[in-house]
Design a protein around this ligand. Structure first.
Ligand code: SF4
Length: 234
């Protein structure tokens, strides 16, 4: 079972990939300010129990954390240790988060190598951010390393990082009315390099605007994941 676990909500735009952030879009639509970071009512979700005293979320559950924030946002420094304690308590479950702030990981969790059930992915959307974040992220003492290139904003040369320990690289486009274009050639190039180096590759979603051989396709939201899945079925 996989469940979204938003222990806090709100974030600050950090880099180019944040321009059309869905948290901001969604909050604006309901008159909220996504720049305000607050602890949510779901904060203790992993350790909630039912009437019989059993954990509400069974052993083997994957908690997908911070889909409406960043686990390493500064405001959460005062709350994070509680969540880290939940992660230790629920060592029968897996916790997953995606960050644009790899430079804060060790500062926030100095004993990161003791968290076997916490997987931290790092997202890098263009060459500038790849060159900035990959050297930090790939040198962390993490047991599993996953890079998300999403929204992929340009062709990225990743060759100099391929000898590092990387478990998976995922690519994806951008959704929403103002989505920026994803050129399928950029994705194909990353995939080829992954195949060559034995790194797992995943095309997560096409985004709303996909360029294939010079032709621009507008992909409706509901097909963005399924089309990506079909893209490399050869
Ligand atoms: S880091 Fe993520 S959640 Fe935060 S503003 Fe950027 S895209 Fe949005």
């Amino acid at each position: 079972m996989e469940i979204t676990y938003n222990c806090w909500h709100g974030c600050h735009k950090k880099s180019e990939g944040c321009l059309n952030c869905y948290v901001y879009r969604r909050d604006e639509a309901i008159g909220k300010n996504a720049n305000e970071v607050y602890k949510t009512s779901f904060f203790d979700l992993p350790i909630r129990k039912d009437k019989k005293g059993n954990y509400k979320y069974k052993s083997g559950t994957t908690f997908d954390m911070c889909f409406s924030s960043d686990f390493f946002i500064e405001e959460a420094d005062v709350w994070r240790q509680d969540v880290l304690n939940f992660i230790k308590i629920r060592n029968d479950c897996k916790f997953m988060c995606i960050t644009k702030r790899p430079e804060r990981i060790l500062e926030c969790i100095p004993d990161i190598e003791t968290y076997d059930n916490l997987v931290i992915y790092c997202t890098m959307e263009n060459q500038k951010r790849f060159d900035e974040r990959a050297p930090i992220y790939l040198n962390l003492p993490l047991k599993y390393k996953g890079i998300m290139i999403e929204p992929m904003l340009e062709r990225i040369d990743i060759t100099k990082y391929l000898d590092k320990d990387i478990d998976i690289i995922a690519c994806g486009g951008e959704s929403g009315d103002n989505a920026r274009v994803l050129d399928f050639n950029w994705v194909k190039e990353i995939r080829q390099l992954c195949i060559k180096k034995g790194i797992n590759f995943y095309f997560h979603q096409t985004g709303a605007k996909l360029l294939i051989d010079g032709k621009l396709y507008n992909i409706p939201r509901k097909f963005q994941h399924s089309q990506a899945k079909k893209a490399f079925k050869d």
